[in-house]
Design a protein. Sequence first.
Length: 148
Amino acid sequence: MEMSDFIKENTVFHLDKADRSGVLDELIAQSLTLGKITDPQEFRKAVLEREALMSTGIGLGVAIPHAKLSCISDFFIITGILKNPVEWDAIDHRPVSIVFLIGGPEDSQGAYLQILARIITLIKQDEKLAMLNAAQTAADINALFTTP
């Protein structure tokens, strides 16, 4: 599984939103536009239910909201690069500036965990985290996942 299979130029967006809700709404709308989901209300509800269990603000300025539904056939990632960091109730209490919205099939926990592990491994490396925060394109982000 290569992250470049998920992070493409048409799935990376620069957002100027003031809050978590606005960011999620925009990324979910882009998911619909790209044909990744068919029911944005159902997907949003699932994402918000997951957020209610525990914030997906995993720290270091990164959030990974996600939902798995039976109506989604393949995993996808929609990436938001935020113009201004937003409060996300992250575990380290820092605002978020990069959001990876993940959607996928309900019965594919293993694939989801692989994607999550790749992102977490990346952000735990100080140099790569700094480069991620400076990233402007899908190519910039993908390079971080492919370089040692």
